[in-house]
Design a protein around this ligand. Structure first.
Ligand SMILES: [Fe+2]
Length: 80
């Protein structure tokens, strides 16, 4: 119901290709959150704090997917 009324955010859209590679949804959203915050003009200190939290929680991993294919998935998604 919440998504139907408001949609989700950039981090959600960016996470879908990572989830397609088997990364759990919450971890995938966390991995791309700093980049979504940067794109949306958040303060650098906020982004630094978020990155620190992700590092402390040991979230993030190497992704071997095709970046062009991942970008295509994100750009074609209409559920943002
Ligand atoms: Fe979600």
């Amino acid at each position: 119901m919440a998504f139907g009324n408001s949609g989700t955010t950039l981090a959600h859209a960016l996470s879908y290709p990572l989830s397609n590679e088997g990364i759990p949804h919450g971890e995938a959203v966390a991995m791309v959150l700093p980049y979504a915050l940067e794109f949306n003009g958040f303060d650098a200190e906020v982004i630094k704090e978020v990155k620190g939290i992700l590092r402390d929680l040991k979230l993030g991993r190497e992704v071997k997917g095709d970046i062009e294919e991942m970008a295509r998935i994100v750009m074609e998604d209409k559920k943002i």
